[in-house]
Write a protein that binds this ligand. Structure first.
Ligand code: ARG
Length: 467
């Protein structure tokens, strides 16, 4: 082998790699993050090779001890990562051979970096999905408890960002929780397809050694070995599925962030966010900015970008492995980090939201939010809905002119618009009466919100128990 070429594949080369090309094609600066999974995969592979008689038990033990030592070197920051060695896989293998000699060179028997890297990323994604799931559960729990506490707190509900009908704050928070429940399902569904083992596909066609892929799969906790070697080394659907889950999740967190930003403004004044989630301004001493939700809203864009990167990365690749695939890692790593951090920020922040109840209540009283209730009242008294709509429209126009909410008008004033209106109208014109009347599954009545919170709690713990 030529001295100046890469020691892992230099055999057929007659001149060294161009220095720029070596740097351009290397991935070690970012894929060293996969080292724990790479070592885990190699240990399982060596164990299986010994089980089927391709390695001796002594060779297996030397390899496993060497890999464990390398793991320690990496954790202590003592490992010398080399760009000429291209990637995490060859860095670790070269170090193993340095440590244990010729036996180190036997580790790569019956595998290729193509099935190795696909396995590493799947192990990595499985670990990260499990961490992300813990944060997602914590956030959902926080929302459910906040909703339960605020089941009776009244706020205006909006359509077109115009006051529509009164709702309870708990109901609004449970709407967020529903979004996350769907995200949670998507995450767990994605995990099923992540947890399939490519190892054994080797470069693309499988290997001539008598490997036992079921053994390796079991050692690594995979549900099963992949069915087709060509697909196994080239498939990155799971990465696209994850970033697609991440994009939808961030879209939801961004919507919630937008509401938090609006609600903390002096104009809405619906909530207070504790100081620890906010920052000040270097010039305007009065400012308290909702940086955390703003930043989550901002980070949504980069996650959408990663989804586009990965879809585009895959769209024209012929079977099987292509070097293009090396570009899967940075978007995926950043998507994972962004999701985990945004969920952590939200899980910490949501239980600390302090609703300003009086101010929400006042806002619900303005804007004629019980107009529909008045119309429904008239319908119950025999007026056709379209006529009721017209009568209430006239009452609202009068209210706008006299600066009075419907509930602030006297019976005489209301009766100008319809003689059908009687003293009992004031029961439906109150905010409490309005929310309590929406008393069915999915409605905003406080008892329904409490029941919904309880169902959500049960659904979440069933998920925990079921895995
Ligand atoms: N660094 C490569 C990647 O990230 C590993 C696989 C390389 N395989 C190869 N035949 N060049 O995809």
């Amino acid at each position: 082998m030529s001295q100046a070429t890469n020691q892992s594949w230099g055999g057929r080369f007659s001149e060294p790699t161009d220095a720029f090309v070596a740097r351009f094609t290397a991935s070690v600066n970012f894929d060293q993050r996969l080292a724990p999974q790479d070592i885990q995969g190699s240990i399982a592979h060596a164990t299986m090779l010994a089980r089927v008689g391709v390695l001796t038990d002594d060779e297996r033990d030397a390899i496993i001890n060497g890999l464990n030592e390398i793991q320690g070197e990496i954790e202590r920051g003592e490992f010398n990562w080399s760009v000429p060695l291209e990637d995490v896989h060859m860095n670790i293998e070269a170090r193993l051979t340095e440590k244990i000699g010729i036996t180190g060179k036997k580790l790569h028997t019956g595998r290729s970096r193509n099935d190795q890297v696909a396995t590493d990323i799947r192990l990595f994604m499985r670990d990260e999905i499990d961490v992300i799931e813990v944060e997602l559960k914590r956030l959902r729990e926080g929302m459910i408890e906040l909703a339960d506490r605020e089941a009776e707190t009244i706020m205006p509900g909006f359509t077109h960002l115009q006051t529509a009908q009164p709702v309870t704050f708990g109901h609004h928070i449970l709407a967020w929780q529903e979004m996350l429940a769907r995200d949670h399902e998507r995450l767990l569904d994605c995990r099923k397809r992540v947890n399939v083992m490519p190892l054994g596909a080797a470069a693309l066609a499988g290997t001539t050694y008598p490997i036992d892929r079921h053994v390796t799969a079991e050692l690594l906790g995979f549900d099963r070995p992949s069915e087709n070697s060509l697909d196994a080394v080239s498939d990155r659907d799971f990465a696209i599925e994850f970033t697609s889950f991440a994009s939808i999740l961030l879209m939801h967190l961004s919507r919630m962030s937008e509401e938090l930003v609006l609600w903390t403004s002096a104009q809405f004044n619906f909530i207070d966010l504790p100081d620890r989630f906010c920052t000040g301004s270097s010039i305007m001493p009065q400012k308290k900015n909702p940086d955390v939700p703003e930043l989550v809203r901002g980070k949504t864009g980069r996650v959408y970008g990663h989804l586009m990167s990965l879809l585009t990365l895959m769209k024209s690749q012929p079977l099987a492995y292509n070097k293009d695939n090396q570009e899967d890692k940075e978007p995926l790593f950043d998507a994972v980090d962004t999701v985990r951090d945004c969920l952590k920020a939200f899980a910490d922040m949501v239980p600390a939201i302090e609703p300003k109840k009086a101010s929400m209540y006042e806002a619900a009283r303005r804007g004629f939010s019980t107009a529909t209730d008045l119309a429904d009242y008239l319908v119950r008294k025999g007026v056709a809905f379209r006529d009721a709509h017209e009568i209430v429209g006239q009452s609202v126009a009068y209210g706008l002119k006299t600066e009075k909410d419907l509930s602030e008008m006297s019976l005489d004033e209301l009766q100008q618009f319809s003689a059908t209106i009687e003293q009992d109208v004031f029961e439906v014109l109150t905010l409490e009466g309005s929310v309590a009347a929406r008393n069915h599954i999915g409605g905003t009545a406080p008892n329904q919100v409490r029941a919904a919170a309880q169902r959500a709690r049960e659904a979440l713990s069933a998920l925990k128990a079921g895995a």
